[in-house]
Write a new protein. Structure first.
Length: 252
């Protein structure tokens, strides 16, 4: 297993700061989906953090999408342009599997996990962000709907988590409106736990983790077991999500 205490590649970096592993996502999950070795590195990094007894928790800094909403749209369009069902299905499957593997890994992570988000972020990313224990956003956050704008249903587990938190009617309304969600709007919807100025984002996230470290590990694990969805529930949802994404791509 690689040493991730000071790791850097083109898709993510990881440094150990005291008892906290700080992972910076530089690239969206669809980028990792196109390179299986990158996804393997990401999952191996999470496993290394899980096993390291000196590390108490993880801070994930989402740095990927300031100007990449259009890139995600281009990715979806590239799948639509493939000739033949097999090529299209391979693109959808690889994307769906990448998002699923990352979401399941975070959902099953036993240590405290906080995610910090800023700038423009795709709604599809919030499936694995909602799997974290606590979410802090900078005040410039804007949750975008790049797939919906070109006729493709939001992918991943975002609809699963949102319907649990907001109910099916409100979730349907939000996912179908396509209107960007601001930081304060996301906080009102419980998609975000706290909003801070951008310059305070990392410090506020680290402070929240230090607060969580004071809770006995056994108590934290039991609470997670009570509140987190079961793996089979997420897997069933991902199967449906991939099928619906496939149908919306074919229909367009």
């Amino acid at each position: 297993m690689n040493d991730y205490s000071n790791f850097d590649c083109d898709t993510f970096s990881c440094t150990y700061e005291g008892h906290t592993a700080v992972v910076c996502l530089k690239s969206e999950s669809f980028k990792m989906a196109m390179d299986a070795s990158k996804m393997h590195e990401m999952l191996e990094c999470l496993n290394a953090i899980e096993l390291d007894q000196n590390i108490k928790g993880i801070l994930t800094m989402h740095m990927a999408e300031y100007e990449r909403i259009e890139v995600l749209q281009d990715f979806i369009k590239s799948i639509q342009k493939h000739s033949g069902y097999v090529q299209k299905e391979m693109g959808v499957t690889r994307y769906g599997n990448a998002v699923k593997r990352l979401t399941l890994a975070i959902n099953e992570f036993s240590k405290p996990s906080v995610v910090a988000v800023r700038g423009k972020v795709s709604i599809d990313s919030f499936g694995y962000f909602l799997a974290c224990d606590y979410r802090i956003a900078s005040d410039d956050l804007s949750i975008e709907f790049p797939g919906l704008q070109i006729g493709v249903t939001p992918a991943g587990a975002v609809s699963f988590y949102m319907s649990r938190q907001l109910g099916t009617t409100r979730t349907m309304e939000l996912l179908m409106s396509g209107n960007p969600i601001s930081a304060e709007g996301a906080k009102e919807l419980s998609m975000i736990s706290k909003v801070v100025p951008d310059e305070q984002l990392k410090a506020a996230s680290l402070a929240k983790l230090e607060e969580m470290y004071k809770v006995p590990g056994s108590t934290l694990n039991l609470t997670k077991q009570l509140t987190r969805p079961k793996t089979y529930e997420l897997e069933e949802h991902f199967e449906l999500s991939s099928r619906l994404m496939w149908n919306s791509i074919i229909d367009n």
